[in-house]
Design a protein around this ligand. Structure first.
Ligand SMILES: Nc1nc2c(ncn2[C@@H]2O[C@H](COP(=O)(O)OP(=O)(O)OP(=O)(O)O)[C@@H](O)[C@H]2O)c(=O)[nH]1
Ligand SMILES: [Mg+2]
Length: 200
């Protein structure tokens, strides 16, 4: 995809209060510090989403619109123990509310750390999305941290753990997987359009 324009299109801190946008949306979910914002920046070829060494950096939903045609939604990370429990619950409610109600959401990219794989939260998120009829795909990021043969072995292990779902390998550092991820996301947006037509 040729990116000619990316704009920050707003943020949401409370359920129900989302920027009013009309483009198809892709959301990026994953535990805190897994590399969601870095992945978005790599896909967009610019440092627009704020990244940090400190987990729990993204505390709101941030919306970025590309070529006025597609919106990326950077979700707050989950599973970070050093954030107060009340605040974690509030984020979770916000994320869930968005994932249930977003009218233009066509898919969710669930981001894993290649070295860590899915844990209870990822499984719960995938179940939640399936229940609400939201398409999702798994991406294992930070692949640059493993050597090629380790990476392949780990890919097999992770695929088994996610029940044979497709899994793309990615690195925000060296850019591997960027084209394949764009392709997969464009397939999700096309599927939403088709669904809208057949539901009409
Ligand atoms: N080696 C390597 N480091 C990465 C990669 N992606 C992210 N990082 C590093 O991981 C840390 C966290 O990255 P972020 O993109 O801020 O992670 P996040 O998931 O947005 O974090 P929160 O917003 O806090 O939930 C940063 O220090 C990044 O430089 C990658 O593909 N390879
Ligand atoms: Mg972030």
């Amino acid at each position: 995809m040729k990116i000619s324009n990316v704009e920050f299109a707003g943020a949401a801190m409370q359920p129900g209060r989302y920027p009013k946008l009309s483009q198809p949306e892709i959301a990026f979910a994953g535990r805190s510090n897994v590399g969601k914002s870095s992945l978005i920046n790599r896909l967009l070829n610019q440092k627009i989403a704020r990244t940090s060494q400190t987990p729990g950096r993204t505390r709101q939903l941030n919306f970025f619109t590309i070529n006025q045609a597609l919106t990326f939604v950077d979700l707050p990370g989950y599973g970070y123990a050093r954030v107060a429990k009340s605040e974690r619950t509030a984020w979770q409610r916000l994320i869930e509310d968005y994932l249930i109600h977003a009218p233009n959401l066509c898919g969710v990219v669930i981001i894993l750390d290649i070295r860590r794989g899915p844990e209870a939260e990822e499984a719960a998120l995938a179940d939640f999305l399936a229940y609400h009829d939201r398409p999702f795909l798994f991406v294992a990021t930070k692949c640059d941290k493993l050597k090629r043969n380790q990476r392949e072995k780990q890919r097999q292990i992770l695929r088994r753990q996610i029940g044979g779902e497709p899994l793309l390998l990615f690195s925000a550092r060296d850019g591997q997987g960027t084209d394949a991820l764009w392709q997969a996301m464009l397939t999700l947006t096309a599927a939403l359009e088709t669904k809208k037509i057949s539901d009409a």
